[in-house]
Write a protein that binds this ligand. Structure first.
Ligand code: ZN
Length: 389
């Protein structure tokens, strides 16, 4: 079907030296199912980093599906992480809410290695609600990058996954209702409204976001799951929500997560930034999630990283696989030795309680040195007396 995929399959199939005793797929699946693994899986969210690593600029891949896929496959072939993350940027997510002639005002390309910036689509809660009530997202979808770039790229990677006989899983990333509710207007703005606006109005907005996202999951069932996708990352919003906000407004995400988990056997939740223990707790209660890609402790908690890792691992015991380390900041600005130390700390604090996947809490910055990404993978591959829960 796709020439670029066939070229990589021809180059790699049956020719790769094994890594450990399990395949990458088996290793990831076992960790998600809370079973023992031969090595601790490592699957950093390489996202935009792999574009840079493969020698492409952002401008170059922005409308070029083959180059985007080529970058992901080259990176995997060289580094052999335990999963392939598809490339996703913010325009995939929200371009379909914007008429074609207005898109240029909302998306900003900076340097070759920089991630795409965007400007919010609504200034007031009424405007945000109107985006959904007028069904803007349906009117502008046909020529949006969700259709012209994201979907064909996803299908190419899934074609690779299947033609390689599932030695390595492709992770498809999907935005959640809270993520959309926040992204359309900017996170701080939405969080402010959860306090200042009438509760019923905020709820109405989240209900609209949920309805659109539930429809999106039907698309993913047909185009991702039917083409072999089993590993799915749900990009959660609600990163700075406190217990009261979670209790009042967390329902949309819970309903969404449960539907996603019925479609994809290996569904995990991505919650980046400073996390509250209450958020970690909520993520152990929603049905179907198998793993959580979490991040740093909330500012008010004076915990060292090993303490935080252990706290979360105890909370996840028997329920969730824990995914973390190093922080995205350390991966970019730290030394390789610091990266190795943090990965080891995470593994040592987690494995007594549950399974672990080495995966920073958010995407790897495009400027992160190769040495640090390599150190992360090498540290996970070190021989340990037991890589089991
Ligand atoms: Zn993130």
């Amino acid at each position: 079907m796709s020439e670029i995929v066939d070229r990589w399959v021809e180059r790699l199939k049956g020719k790769l030296p094994p890594v450990g005793e399990m395949t990458h797929w088996e290793r990831m699946a076992a960790a998600f199912d809370l079973r023992a693994t031969d090595l601790v899986p490592v699957a950093p969210e390489l996202d935009y980093w792999q574009i840079t690593y493969a020698g492409y600029s952002h401008q170059e891949i922005y409308n070029d599906v083959d180059k985007t896929t080529d970058a992901c496959l080259k990176t995997w072939a060289d580094l052999r992480a335990d999963a392939i993350w598809m490339y996703v940027d913010i325009s995939h997510q929200i371009e379909n809410f914007i008429p074609a002639e207005k898109r240029a005002q909302h998306f900003v390309h900076r340097g070759d290695q920089d991630y795409l910036l965007f400007k919010p689509l609504a200034k007031t809660l009424d405007e945000a609600i109107a985006l959904y009530e007028t069904r803007a997202f349906e009117q502008h979808i046909a020529d949006s990058r969700a259709v012209t770039h994201y979907t064909p790229h996803m299908l190419q990677l899934l074609e690779f996954q299947e033609k390689m006989d599932r030695v390595v899983p492709v992770i498809v990333g999907i935005g959640t209702p809270s993520n959309y509710a926040e992204t359309l207007v900017e996170v701080q703005q939405f969080v402010r409204w959860t306090v200042t606006e009438p509760k019923s109005k905020v709820q109405h907005y989240l209900d609209l976001a949920l309805a659109e996202r539930m429809g999106a999951l039907d698309f993913y069932a047909e185009f991702a799951a039917r083409n072999g996708c089993q590993f799915c990352c749900l990009f959660g919003g609600a990163r700075t929500w406190g217990p009261k906000q979670l209790a009042e407004f967390g329902e949309a995400d819970r309903i969404f997560a449960e539907k996603a988990a019925r479609i994809f056997p290996y569904t995990f939740w991505h919650i980046c930034g400073h996390n509250l223990p209450e958020a970690m707790q909520a993520l152990t209660e929603w049905k179907g999630l198998k793993a959580v890609q979490y991040d740093m402790p909330y500012y008010s908690q004076r915990l060292s990283y090993p303490e935080w890792f252990e706290h979360v691992a105890r909370l996840f015991a028997g329920k969730r696989c824990a995914m973390n380390a190093p922080t995205t900041q350390l991966a970019c600005h730290g030394t390789a030795e610091e990266v190795r130390t943090m990965v080891r700390d995470f593994i040592e604090a987690t494995l007594p309680h549950t399974t672990a996947v080495v995966m920073p809490g958010c995407e790897i910055d495009s400027y992160s040195p190769l040495e640090n990404v390599q150190a992360m993978i090498d540290a996970a591959r070190e021989k340990r007396p037991s890589a089991r829960a």
